[in-house]
Design a protein around this ligand. Structure first.
Ligand SMILES: CCCCC/C=C\C/C=C\C/C=C\C/C=C\CCCC(=O)SCCNC(=O)CCNC(=O)[C@H](O)C(C)(C)COP(=O)(O)OP(=O)(O)OC[C@H]1O[C@@H](n2cnc3c(N)ncnc32)[C@H](O)[C@@H]1OP(=O)(O)O
Length: 194
């Protein structure tokens, strides 16, 4: 199997990612970043309900139980759903680095089939930072946090200002989110000037 594409390799001058001093402590449940998020939101009946926790250093862990709504082939998880779980786990690194960044590129490796009813144990780690670009990698295992590797991903996230969401999101949802003061406070706390 070949390695990641060239644009997923940190360029010369990239630096090691730093865990932010205000990052949640290792082991702390991060909670959904948006209650309607397909991957972590608890108000999506068929969503993944993925639960991520802060890890050591620039890392997070997460768990996701594959439900029947997540099938592709009979009794097996859909590859796109697994990619969403990897994407969400990688995105949760935002809380550790205290930035707002979106996925620019996500490369997945599907190593083993993932049966319905199993728990996928995920871990993601930021590997390098170069300007607005955050390089990261994730792995998903079956049978426990040290179990057999089922999926892997390498990613590039790009830091964005909050306007990324308010400019592009559908007005109804943006208005509803802005009405939830707690949500806005959490997002403002992460606001960055790229
Ligand atoms: C008020 C309501 C707010 C609600 C917000 C809620 C929560 C947010 C807060 C925290 C979130 C916490 C956890 C999140 C958890 C999970 C999130 C899941 C993540 C996702 O699921 S998110 C959805 C999918 N995602 C998109 O929807 C992105 C669509 N896309 C774009 O919006 C643009 O495409 C963008 C912004 C990516 C870049 O655009 P841009 O114009 O800002 O920047 P530009 O193009 O200049 O790129 C700058 C440098 O990145 C390099 N670069 C860019 N893209 C690249 C690529 N694809 N491959 C290789 N390199 C790439 C360039 O080569 C350049 O590199 P260099 O600097 O070296 O020249």
């Amino acid at each position: 199997m070949s390695g990641p594409t060239a644009s997923l390799k940190p360029p010369t001058g990239a630096v090691a990612p730093e865990r932010h001093p205000d990052a949640p402590p290792p082991g702390e449940l991060l909670g959904p970043h948006y209650d309607q998020c397909f991957a972590c939101g608890l108000k999506q009946p068929h969503g993944l309900h993925l639960a991520a926790r802060a890890g050591e250093g620039a890392s997070v862990t997460a768990e996701f139980t594959i439900a029947s709504a997540h099938q592709g082939a009979p009794g097996l998880a859909h590859g796109g759903v697994l990619a969403a779980a990897l994407d969400e786990t990688l995105g949760s690194l935002n809380w550790i680095l205290q930035v707002i960044a979106v996925t620019g590129r996500l490369e997945t490796n599907f190593v083993r089939p993932v049966p319905v009813g199993t728990v996928l144990h995920l871990e993601a780690r930021a590997t390098a930072v170069h300007g607005r670009k955050i390089y990261s990698a994730a792995v998903g295992r079956l049978g426990g946090p040290d179990g057999r590797v089922a999926v892997r991903a390498t990613a590039l996230f790009v830091k964005v200002p909050i306007d990324h969401f308010t400019d592009h999101g559908r007005a109804a949802e943006i208005k509803a989110v802005l009405a939830q003061q707690e949500q806005v406070k959490a997002v403002r706390a992460l606001e960055v000037n790229p």
